[in-house]
Design a binder for this molecule. Structure first.
Ligand code: 1CP
Length: 350
C-alpha cells in the first residue's frame, strides 16, 4: 500500500501491527546503541562497568537516544541487557572487559535456591525508570521497544555461566532432569513477565523477546523450552495489555517458524540472516509482522553490495507488514557512515 507523508506523523512503527503495510518500511537495527558509536564509548566509560550503565537511568537513556539523534530510526530500543534478569534474581553477573558476561553457573535444582523472585524489584525499578525517562525524551514519532531475553536463551547463560557455542550444559540438564530444568524456566518466565509488565507500565510501546540460542534445539526441545514458555509470557502479558504488540526472535529456527507463530501468540517475528526471503514473505502473508534480516557483516562491508541487498529485501517484502532490520545485532567494527547509508537506502522511493 502506498502511504502518504501524513501517516509519518505519529509512531509509524506501530502501523504494521494494525494491519498496515508501509512503503518505505519502518526501520530500526538490533544493537543500534553500542560500541560502533564513539558517543556510546564515551558514555560507557563515564558509567564504569557495563551493568552500571544499564542501572543508571540517566546514562542508559542517553545511550538509547544516541542512535535516534544520529539516524532518526522509527523505534528506539531500551538500553539494557538480557542478563539483567538473572542479575536481579541474585545470581550475580559481571561483564569482564573484552570477554562478555560471566555468571556463577547454576547446574542443578539445588542451586536454584540462589535465585530469589522476591528481590527483583530493586534492580528492575532502575530499568523502568529508564523507560519512563525515554518516553518523555523521545520524539513523539519514535516508538519505544522494551525487551527481555526469552527463558531458554537466558537459561543458557544461567547454566553455562558465559556465552557458549553449543549451549551444551543447558541442553544436558534439560535432558537429564526435565522437571528440574522446568523449574528454572518457570522462575525465568515469572521474572520476565514482571519485568516486561513494568516496562509497559513505564511507557514501552512494543516488546521483543530475544531467543538468540533457540536454533540449537531439537524440535521436541524447541517445543518445551521455546514455544511453551514464550506462549506463557505472551498470554499473560496479552491478558493485561492486549494492545501492546510482541515480537519474537527465535534465531536460527526458520524451519520451525510456522509452529512458533501458530502457538506462541506473538504479533510479529524477527527473522535472522539465514531465513530465506520467500519464507519471510510467506510468513508475512499469514498476517504477522515480519522484521529482518540484512546480514550485519554486509553492513560492515558497505558499498554497492549493501545497497543491492537492501533493495532486494525491500522488493521481496513490498506490500507486506514489514519492518526493516538486521538478522542479528550490529557488530562493533561497523562504520557509522554505513548505517547512515542503510537508513537512507531503506527510505528511498523504489
Ligand atoms: O562492552 C559493551 O559495551 C557491551 C556490549 C553489549 C551491549 C551494547 C552487551 C554485552 N549488551 C549490550 C546491549 C544489549 N544487549 C541490548 C541493547 C539494546 C540495543 O539493541 O541497542 C540488547 C537488546 C541486548 C540483548 C542481548 N544481550 C542478547 C540478545 C540479542 C543477541 O545479540 O543475540 C544477548 C545474547 C545478550 C548477551 C550479551 N550481552 C553482551 C554480550 C557481549 C552478550 C553476548 C555474550 C555471548 O554470548 O558471548
Amino acid at each position: 500500500m502506498q502511504v502518504t507523508d501524513t501517516l509519518t506523523a505519529r509512531r509509524r512503527f506501530l502501523q504494521p501491527f494494525s494491519g498496515q503495510a508501509l512503503d518505505p518500511p519502518p526501520v530500526w537495527l538490533m544493537r543500534q546503541a553500542g560500541r560502533y558509536l564513539p558517543e556510546y564509548r564515551e558514555t560507557r566509560s563515564e558509567a564504569g562497568g557495563f551493568l552500571d550503565l544499564c542501572y543508571t537511568p540517566r546514562l542508559a537513556a542517553e545511550v538509547t537516544l544516541q542512535p535516534i539523534r544520529r539516524y532518526g530510526f522509527d523505534a528506539a530500543i531500551l538500553f539494557s541487557d538480557i542478563l539483567v534478569v538473572p542479575d536481579a534474581l541474585g545470581q550475580g553477573v559481571r561483564f569482564a572487559e573484552g570477554e562478555g558476561p560471566v555468571l556463577e553457573p547454576i547446574r542443578d535444582v539445588a542451586a536454584l535456591k540462589r535465585l530469589d523472585l522476591s528481590r527483583t524489584q530493586e534492580k528492575f525499578a532502575l530499568v523502568w525508570e529508564t523507560v519512563a525517562r525515554l518516553r518523555q525524551d523521545l520524539p513523539c514519532e519514535t516508538a519505544l521497544i522494551g525487551f527481555c531475553g526469552a527463558p531458554w536463551t537466558v537459561a543458557t547463560y544461567v547454566v553455562e555461566g558465559h556465552g557458549s557455542s553449543d549451549q551444551g550444559e543447558a541442553r544436558r540438564w534439560a535432558y537429564r532432569d526435565p522437571a528440574g530444568f522446568q523449574r528454572l524456566i518457570d522462575i525465568l518466565c515469572e521474572a520476565s513477565i514482571g519485568y516486561l509488565e513494568g516496562q509497559v507500565a513505564a511507557g514501552a510501546d512494543v516488546l521483543q523477546l530475544f531467543d538468540s540460542w533457540s536454533g540449537s534445539l531439537a524440535d521436541d526441545q524447541f517445543d518445551a523450552w521455546v514455544i511453551r514458555p514464550t506462549a506463557r509470557i505472551v498470554s499473560t502479558i496479552k491478558a493485561r495489555h492486549p494492545h501492546v504488540p510482541i515480537i519474537g526472535f527465535p534465531r536460527g529456527s526458520a524451519s520451525l517458524l510456522a509452529d512458533y507463530l501458530a502457538r506462541t501468540g506473538v504479533d510479529g517475528v524477527s527473522c535472522d540472516t539465514s531465513c530465506p526471503l520467500p519464507v519471510m514473505k510467506r510468513t508475512a502473508e499469514t498476517g504477522r509482522v515480519v522484521q529482518g534480516n540484512l546480514d550485519p557483516l554486509l553492513l560492515v562491508a558497505g558499498g554497492d553490495a549493501l545497497d543491492a541487498r537492501v533493495d532486494a529485501i525491500r522488493a521481496a517484502m513490498s506490500g507486506q507488514r514489514f519492518i526493516f532490520n538486521l538478522g542479528h545485532g550490529i557488530v562493533p567494527e561497523t562504520p557509522p557512515a554505513h548505517v547512515a547509508r542503510l537508513v537512507e537506502r531503506v527510505r528511498r522511493k523504489l
